[in-house]
Write a protein that binds this ligand. Structure first.
Ligand SMILES: NC(=O)C1=CN([C@@H]2O[C@H](COP(=O)(O)OP(=O)(O)OC[C@H]3O[C@@H](n4cnc5c(N)ncnc54)[C@H](O)[C@@H]3O)[C@@H](O)[C@H]2O)[C@@H](O)CC1
Ligand SMILES: Nc1ncnc2c1ncn2[C@@H]1O[C@H](COP(=O)(O)OP(=O)(O)O)[C@@H](O)[C@H]1O
Length: 280
């Protein structure tokens, strides 16, 4: 197992794609989002807000009507028409069961593509339908349902789950483990991010994380499909940014998740500034 320790600012800064003079809203990455439900419309708002603030060419929201109208009232920049997509975010605040989710055709379309996909919350139930490279973002309760922990440490558990499921596993917690499946040469990408503030332990911060990671993936996926180790690097970068946004939000005391999403722009900006000063 390749232990590369903590994923920090230097590693994260190297994985932020800044738009160039030649870029446009398509080439800088289009993220397709199928999240939220009548039960949890807020999860869609949180993920979309975080994606916009991570830096992305376009967010297409293709989920149910109720979350769509809430997303549009918060973020009119969001496009709600089907079209080209470079990566998908599916499942935050959703029921994957077709009985509860009449929008499943959209979900199925999302899963059948070649584009990389992030599955969160209800989206985890769609894992066996996905053939594209995938990232999953379970908390301990969700991973236990997919792959029981047994006697493993969290690190070994995440690594074993990545191998069994064939996807990048982001096992969330105070210390978040990011593991890719072992590759043919016997190596493995595995890293961790320790949260810089425990005020992140609130409802909705996982929905924000999913939006950040999926946006980073989309910016690197225009006209190319990243391999699983690359997806793990983008996921670790997203977890790092999430922690940094939390640290900034916590300067004013405890914060609700939407304020965490608000701080993502600042965290990205400061990471870019740090990255360029370390190259001088
Ligand atoms: N404002 C919103 O719309 C929000 C929507 N949310 C959505 O609510 C749905 C249910 O989310 P839940 O996380 O409650 O999922 P679940 O109801 O699937 O899991 C919660 C269960 O797992 C157990 N568990 C074990 N370890 C845990 C851990 N480390 N963290 C959390 N629970 C753990 C809990 O005791 C509980 O029984 C998801 O679709 C999620 O996206 C939440 O993100 C909260 C905010
Ligand atoms: N004690 C903690 N300290 C720091 N971060 C935490 C702690 N507990 C949970 N988190 C983070 O908060 C987020 C919670 O995500 P999740 O459990 O999916 O909640 P939700 O579904 O309500 O958004 C994850 O990013 C996780 O890493």
């Amino acid at each position: 197992m390749e232990h590369i320790g903590e994923w920090g600012a230097a590693e994260a800064a190297a994985h932020i794609r800044i738009p160039t003079a030649q870029d446009n809203k398509y080439s800088h990455g289009v993220l397709g989002v199928v999240t939220g439900s009548a039960t949890y419309p807020g999860a869609a708002v949180l993920g979309v807000e975080a994606a916009h603030r991570t830096g992305i060419g376009m967010v297409r929201f293709l989920g149910e009507k109720e979350p769509a109208s809430m997303v549009l009232s918060r973020r009119p920049e969001t496009v709600t028409v089907s079209g080209a997509v470079d990566a998908w975010l599916v499942g935050s605040g959703m029921e994957a069961d077709p009985y509860f989710n009449p929008e499943l055709p959209d979900l199925a379309r999302a899963c059948l593509g070649l584009q990389p996909i992030l599955l969160d919350a209800g989206g985890l139930a769609l894992l066996d339908q996905v053939s594209a490279p995938a990232v999953i973002t379970p908390h301990e309760g969700e991973l236990e349902r997919l792959v029981p922990q047994g006697e493993d440490s969290n690190e070994d558990w995440a690594a074993r789950a990545a191998d069994e499921l064939g996807v990048v596993v982001v096992l969330k917690g105070h210390e978040t483990i990011i593991a890719a499946p072992e590759y043919e040469s016997g190596g493995r990408f595995i890293t961790r991010v320790t949260a810089p503030t425990t005020w992140l332990a609130t409802a909705g911060t996982g929905d924000v994380l999913a939006g950040i990671i999926a946006a980073i993936i989309a910016t690197h996926s225009h006209n190319r499909v990243p391999h699983l180790t690359e997806l793990a690097e983008y996921a670790a970068t997203g977890v790092y940014l999430h922690g940094q946004a939390g640290l900034r939000a916590a300067q004013q005391g405890p914060f609700p998740a939407l304020e965490l999403a608000d701080q993502v722009s600042r965290a990205v900006q400061e990471l870019i500034a740090e990255g360029s000063s370390s190259q001088l």
